[in-house]
Structure formats: C-alpha cells, structure tokens
Write a protein that binds this ligand. Structure first.
Ligand SMILES: [Zn+2]
Length: 65
C-alpha cells in the first residue's frame, strides 16, 4: 500500500506525538571552579508535543483521547 498523504494519515490513525523541549536561549557558562556548568536561561523553556508526520503542535500535557 502506498504511503498516504500526511494529513490523511493523521486523520485516519491520529497524530504521532513526540515530546520536545525548546530552550534556545540557554547559555552554558563555566563556574569559578571550572568543574561545573551553570545553566543560565533568560526564558522559560518551551515544552510541547509535535506530530512527527504533519508537524502539528500541542501542549506538552495534552493526552490522547
Ligand atoms: Zn499529524
């Protein structure tokens, strides 16, 4: 069976959700003793789910019906 167009596949079988964390503003800096890295983030990381097939996004906490 040939692969279905993505939107139809998602409509028939549901989305293929994958969890993602997006934290582009994170900066890693070496602390004084150079043994640890301090994570400095200017923004809250974004938690979300994205469909691997069609790229639709939804909240991290949303559950499949
Ligand atoms: Zn989808």
């Amino acid at each position: 069976m040939p692969p279905l167009p993505k939107p139809i596949f998602c409509k028939l079988l549901g989305h293929t959700w994958q969890h993602h964390v997006e934290d582009p503003k994170t900066v890693w800096t070496a602390s004084k003793n150079m043994c640890e890295l301090d994570q400095e983030s200017q923004e809250e990381p974004r938690f979300y789910q994205r469909c691997a097939r069609c790229g639709a996004e939804r909240d991290w906490d949303e559950k499949d019906a």
